[in-house]
Write a protein that binds this ligand. Structure first.
Ligand code: SF4
Length: 362
C-alpha cells in the first residue's frame, strides 16, 4: 500500500535507492523538494531515520546564552542586532552569565552565540568560557558560530586554528551550526553581504573538525533562496562531512520575517514547507547522524510532528533564547524535561536524554 503511494507520488526510483542504501543525487533532491505528497516524503524520511535511530528521540537539558546583541554585520534578515552605541545594545559579563545560568536545573549543554561585537576584546571570549567551565563543570560549552570564530581570528591576529585551540583550552567543547544561512553568493550579497562567504564558513568548520571539535550545521530557508540553492547547500555540507565526519547534527531553520526589514517582502515558510524541508534534509544528508526539530523556531507542535518526517532530536529545555524572540519566534522560552518527554512519547517515540555529543545519559 505504501509502496503504491510512493509510486503515485513519482518517488519510486528514489525509494529504491533509499532501500538499497544508495546516495541521492542533486536531481533527486530537487524532485523531493518539489513533491507535494507530504506523507510520501515523510514515509521515506522515516525509513532512513529509523534505520539510524530506531524509535529513539534525543533531547538535552540545556541553556542558551546570547551574550551580546551588538553586531557590525547588519544582516537584513536579522531582527536581533543593535549598532554599537545603541541604548538597546547589551553585553552579558562572564559573572552575569554564571549568575543567570545558575537558576534552574544544572545544564549539560550551554549554547552560546551572539553578535559580531567590535567593542569586545579577544580576552572576553576566553574569560566567558573559563567562568562557565568553572561554574558548570558538567556542561559542554557549545559556543560561537564559524562567523564569530572568523571575527576572533581577525581581532586577535591569530589563525583560526590558534583561536580554536585557545577557546578549547578555555573550555570550548563544540560549535553550534549557525552563521552560514545558505551557501549562495547571490543571496549573501542581498541579505548578509558583511558576513563571511560559504568558502570561509566551510574552512572554519573543516579546521574545527580537524582539531577534534565537532560542530552542527544549519540552513536558514524560506527567504530569497531558490530550491536549487537549498539543495546545493545540503550537498556542500554532505561533501565536507565525507571529508571530516565532524558534523554531529543538521538543524533546518525556518526564516521568521515578522520583525525584520524583509517583512512584507517575503512570507514565513508554511508548516508544509517546514516538514518537507526536514524530510528532504534527512534523505540527502545521509552522512550526518542527527537531524534536529528545533522547536524554538518551528514551534512545539510542528517540532513534534517533525519527528515523523525524519527528525530524531527535539533539542532541549532552553531558557531565554533572544535571537528567535527578537524575530517573533513561534514559541515560549522553555520546556521542562517532563514536557519534552511527553511530546516525544505521545508521538510514539522513546525519549533519550543526551549530552552535547549525543551520548545517552541517565
Ligand atoms: Fe549579526 Fe548574526 Fe544578526 Fe547577522 S545574523 S546581524 S551576524 S547577529
Amino acid at each position: 500500500m505504501r509502496e503504491k503511494t510512493i509510486r503515485i507520488a513519482g518517488l519510486y526510483d528514489i525509494y529504491e535507492k533509499i532501500r538499497a542504501g544508495e546516495r541521492l543525487s542533486r536531481e533527486d533532491g530537487l524532485k523531493l523538494l518539489s513533491c507535494r505528497d507530504l506523507l510520501a516524503l515523510g514515509w521515506l524520511a522515516r525509513l532512513v531515520r529509523e534505520r539510524l535511530h530506531g524509535r529513539r528521540v534525543y533531547y538535552v537539558i540545556n541553556r542558551h546564552l546570547n551574550y551580546t546583541n551588538v553586531c557590525e554585520n547588519r544582516c537584513r534578515f536579522c531582527a536581533y542586532w543593535r549598532a554599537p552605541g545603541d541604548p538597546e545594545g547589551y553585553v552579558v559579563s562572564p559573572e552575569e552569565a554564571v549568575k543567570r545560568l545558575s537558576e534552574g536545573p544544572p545544564p549539560r549543554e550551554i549554547h552560546i552565540v551572539g553578535g559580531v561585537n567590535p567593542e569586545l576584546p579577544y580576552s572576553y571570549y576566553l574569560e566567558l568560557l573559563s567562568a562557565l567551565r568553572e561554574a558548570f563543570p558538567g556542561a559542554a560549552l557549545k559556543a560561537f558560530t564559524c562567523v564569530e570564530i572568523d571575527h576572533l581570528a581577525r581581532i586577535s591576529g591569530k589563525s583560526v586554528e590558534e583561536v580554536l585551540l585557545d577557546l578549547k583550552e578555555a573550555g570550548l567543547s563544540c560549535l553550534p551550526g549557525g552563521g552560514a544561512e545558505v551557501f549562495s553568493e547571490r543571496v549573501r550579497e542581498r541579505l548578509f553581504p558583511r558576513k563571511i562567504p560559504a568558502e570561509r564558513w566551510l574552512e572554519v568548520a573543516r579546521t574545527a573538525h580537524r582539531l577534534g571539535i565537532p560542530t552542527n550545521a544549519t540552513l536558514l530557508y524560506g527567504h530569497l533562496e531558490t530550491p536549487e540553492e537549498r539543495v546545493d547547500h545540503l550537498l556542500r555540507l554532505r561533501e565536507l562531512q565525507d571529508e571530516t565526519g565532524g558534523f554531529l547534527c543538521f538543524v533546518p531553520l525556518p526564516f521568521l520575517p515578522e520583525k525584520t526589514p524583509l517583512r512584507g517582502e517575503v512570507s514565513a515558510p508554511t508548516g508544509f514547507d517546514d516538514l518537507r524541508m526536514v524530510a528532504v534534509a534527512r534523505l540527502l544528508l545521509d552522512n550526518i547522524p542527527h537531524l534536529k526539530a528545533y522547536w524554538v523556531f518551528l514551534g512545539v507542535k510542528l517540532a513534534q510532528l517533525a519527528l515523523h518526517f525524519g527528525a530524531d532530536d527535539l533539542h532541549g529545555t532552553v531558557v531565554e533564547e533572544k535571537i528567535s524572540e527578537a524575530s517573533g519566534g513561534r514559541e515560549a522560552e522553555a520546556l521542562s524535561r517532563t514536557e519534552i518527554e511527553r511530546l516525544i512519547r505521545e508521538a510514539g517515540f522513546e525519549p533519550v536524554e543526551r549530552d552535547a555529543f549525543y551520548h545517552p545519559v541517565n
